[in-house]
Write a protein that binds this ligand. Structure first.
Ligand SMILES: Cc1cc2nc3c(=O)[nH]c(=O)nc-3n(C[C@H](O)[C@H](O)[C@H](O)COP(=O)(O)OP(=O)(O)OC[C@H]3O[C@@H](n4cnc5c(N)ncnc54)[C@H](O)[C@@H]3O)c2cc1C
Length: 482
């Protein structure tokens, strides 16, 4: 049994613990370059459909999401929530005292979650008939061939899924000590006294939220005019209000100019000449496509600033070469990668899957408070349908029993086309990420407010807020004004 892939890995040599690939130019139905969310989802679905797959991974199966992204950050955010609940327990009549954050113990909890999921994934992939896992760095050396350590794997089809890396800015050198990215932040063994977070997007605000809960003095710097600027403006404003209340400092519309190291940390200068000092600078200015030097361009794959261009069926400009996940322009989310991977496997198998609607991909920011959305922002809907054809309704969580019990504030905002379906759902508040499942069904099934209004929502749940918002938009509000 191969230690990397503990269940069954085809042709795993006992002697060297390395893959024994004796024949050069082995041919598969699909060769996948990258075993992250996009790549491994494609492998699993293709194997289910009876296709033979070589899955090439140079690091750990599961990629960014499992090891450096979704899962470890959400574990930190949960530890942060426990810290806040302890600190604020007296308002619920519970006497508890927060005596400190033990980062070693937090990390061991987080790493335990990742390790269990990793083991499960290794079992799943290793145990799948038809999947050969190839350990090593791959390169596209012909339109149908990936080379790994001098060995060639030929695919009737190729899927590029090499993922992304944390970007920096010109003149901003990440040293991993005082100037760090999310990769470093996830393995820190201490709670810093103060942090500047450069970038008020999803990753930036999630780390800001964690650190504040751990007692850190946090300042976010964002060049755009608002935090989480891709979200509906009302969601950004609600997050900014909540962050102000939590004493998370932020400066929006203030591009970064320079950073200097000081005796005790860093000094950042922003547009206008203002300087801010802190122990650490987290660079969270987005993720770039991991495509350099992988041979894509040389093989004729059309690219734009490092991203691989595809059509709506994930086809690149080279026949039988597909691309999925973060290397394809659009939302950089794990579940988008999963869905694209499944799509391509089915496409190759001739199943003719339905094209993925990018706007129908749910988006959650797991800060405190959470933001969750699907579909179009109000501004986008007005652009698309005309301002006079779009109606919105904002249901305040103040009227929702469960939200009152949790002592959370926020809203559920619906955007609909006049006499038409709901085209956007935007939510802010504790735990609203858990409501996105229903919201995405409403959007993707093009439901009308009156249709959702007929559905019964359990009382008292936060889901009721979705029901109430639809009741109101259908002209029959219950615990709300029309
Ligand atoms: C801090 C952080 C938090 C995040 N939180 C969330 C979240 O809560 N929810 C969410 O949906 N998304 C989240 N994301 C985004 C999510 O992680 C990515 O969208 C997702 O991992 C993309 O999947 P992918 O398959 O495209 O790439 P990746 O997961 O990056 O996988 C690519 C894989 O390819 C491998 N590879 C690269 N080059 C080669 C090569 N030459 N040869 C062999 N293998 C190679 C890499 O080692 C890697 O394993 C987060 C990201 C970060 C950084």
């Amino acid at each position: 049994m191969c230690p990397h892939y503990p269940t069954v890995t085809p042709r795993c040599s006992q002697a060297t613990w390395e893959l024994d690939v004796s024949e050069p130019n082995e041919t598969f139905d699909i060769v996948i370059l990258g075993g992250g969310s996009g790549g491994y989802a494609a492998a699993l679905r293709a194997a289910e459909l009876g296709l033979s797959v070589a899955l090439v991974e140079k690091g750990k199966l599961g990629g960014t999401c499992l090891h450096n992204g979704c899962i470890p950050t959400k574990a930190l955010l949960h530890a942060a929530e426990v810290a806040d609940q302890t600190r604020e327990s007296e308002q619920f009549g519970v006497k508890a005292e927060l005596v400190g954050i033990d980062m070693a113990a937090v990390n061991s909890y987080k790493d335990g979650v990742v390790a269990r999921l990793y083991k499960g994934l290794q079992g799943l992939l290793g145990g799948a008939k038809n999947i050969t896992i190839v350990s090593g760095a791959g390169r596209l050396v012909a339109p149908n061939t990936v080379e790994v350590d001098g060995k060639r794997y030929t695919g009737r089809n190729i899927i590029l899924a090499s993922g992304s890396y944390a970007k920096s800015l010109p003149g901003l050198e990440v040293d991993g000590e005082r100037i760090i990215t999310s990769d470093h932040a996830l393995v820190m063994d201490r709670v810093p006294a103060s942090v500047i977070v450069l970038g008020g997007g999803v990753i930036g605000v999630e780390f800001a939220s964690v650190w504040k809960s751990f007692g850190v003095d946090v300042t976010i710097i964002e060049a755009l005019p608002r935090l989480v600027a891709a979200e509906d403006e009302e969601s950004s404003k609600a997050l900014e209000r909540a962050f102000r209340k939590r004493k998370i400092n932020f400066k929006v519309g203030k591009p970064f100019e320079k950073v200097e190291k000081t005796d005790s940390g860093v000094r950042v200068t922003i547009a206008g000449g203002e300087t801010i000092e802190a122990e650490l600078l987290l660079v969270a200015v987005g993720r770039g496509p991991n495509t350099a030097g992988l041979g894509y361009e040389e093989q004729g794959v059309r690219m734009d600033r490092g991203y691989v261009l595809t059509d709506e069926r994930q086809r690149t400009s080279v026949p039988n070469v597909y691309a999925v996940g973060d290397i394809v322009p659009g939302l950089q989310l794990a579940h988008r990668g999963f869905q694209q991977g499944i799509f391509v496997a089915e496409e190759i198998a001739g199943e003719n899957p339905a094209v993925i609607d990018e706007a129908g991909i749910p988006r959650v920011t797991y800060s405190d408070p959470e933001l969750a959305s699907v579909g179009l922002t109000e501004a986008k809907a007005k652009e698309q349908y005309g301002a006079d054809k779009v109606k919105s309704y904002n249901y305040n969580l103040g009227g929702n029993g469960k939200s009152q019990i949790l002592k959370t504030t926020g809203f559920v905002k619906l955007v609909r086309v006049e006499d038409g379906p709901v085209v956007g759902v935007h939510m802010v508040g504790a735990r609203v990420g858990e409501l996105i499942g229903e919201a995405q069904l409403i959007y993707n099934w093009e439901a009308y407010p009156a249709e959702v209004a007929q559905l019964v929502h359990a009382h008292p749940t936060q889901n009721e807020a979705l029901g109430e918002a639809h009741l109101a938009l259908a002209g029959k509000p219950l615990h709300a004004h029309a």
